[in-house]
Design a protein around this ligand. Structure first.
Ligand code: 13P
Length: 250
């Protein structure tokens, strides 16, 4: 039985004050979220603060990105080992905003995935199609290509120690959620693909859905057989909204 994981991706949002308030609100309500695993992914600079505030709690934290490099002359980069130093459990890799706005391709994403794992972080590998790709009927091909780059570099077993997030680009920040069945179809496709390579990995890996998840639609999404939780953007910036989603998974 896979546990439900709800992770908040705060993106480029927050201030010292709002981070303190948000974490205090999440901590206060986390115990009521049943068996749901909860994580938050703040902007890098707030990770030390979040690690202090969440130490000893059941809420985990992670980063929104990670360098593919370990150290050296890579101005502006943050390594997986640095994130590990501040207690990160997760690192998001290949978010569609990184892919689209910063031209990060499948191979680069796979190297970030590898770097995260090497330092003991759990990568949250984001995959998903654009609206154009969905309309062309190539959703499965796109998702498969994104997964294959990681499998080629790291092997199928590596996905058993990772989290996958299916985030259709057209549903991100648009208020337009994939229907539970639309999401389930892609999640089932991902799991079947992995099962074709290694059944144990497919059974184990948590596959999250992301894209306009809210308290009002989380329960029906999480009730689908292959949806093991959510990666939450906008609604993770408000403690009550985020906790309502966490509860839907409990
Ligand atoms: P929204 O929940 O704001 O649609 O964002 C989803 C997302 O991109 C999470 O990584």
């Amino acid at each position: 039985m896979r546990q439900t994981l709800v992770a908040g991706n705060w993106k480029l949002n927050g201030s010292l004050q709002s981070v303190k308030e948000l974490i205090s609100g999440i901590k206060a309500g986390a115990a009521d979220a049943g068996g749901t695993q909860i994580a938050v992914c703040p902007p890098f600079v707030y990770i030390p603060l979040v690690s202090e505030l969440l130490a000893g709690s059941s809420v985990a934290w992670g980063s929104q990105d990670v360098s593919d490099q370990e150290s050296g002359a890579f101005t502006g980069e943050i390594s997986a080992a640095m994130l590990k130093d501040f207690g990160c459990r997760y690192a998001i890799v290949g978010h569609s905003e990184r892919r689209a706005l910063y031209a990060e391709d499948d191979e680069f994403t796979a190297r970030k995935f590898a770097a995260a794992r090497k330092s003991g972080l759990i990568p949250i590998l984001c995959v998903g199609e654009t609206l154009e790709e969905r309309e062309q009927g190539i959703t499965e091909q796109v998702v498969e290509r994104q997964l294959d780059a990681v499998i080629k570099l790291e092997g199928i077993a590596a996905l058993g120690e990772a989290v996958i997030a299916y985030e259709p680009v057209w549903a991100i920040g648009t208020g337009k959620t994939a229907s539970p069945q639309q999401a389930q179809d892609v999640h089932a496709f991902i799991r079947a693909k992995l099962a074709g390579l290694d059944k144990a990995v497919a059974d184990k890996v948590q596959i999250l859905y992301g894209g306009s998840v809210k308290g009002s639609n989380a329960a029906e999404l999480f009730a689908m057989q292959d949806i093991d939780g959510g990666l939450i953007g906008g609604a993770s910036l408000n403690a009550a909204d985020f906790l309502a989603i966490c509860k839907a998974g409990g």
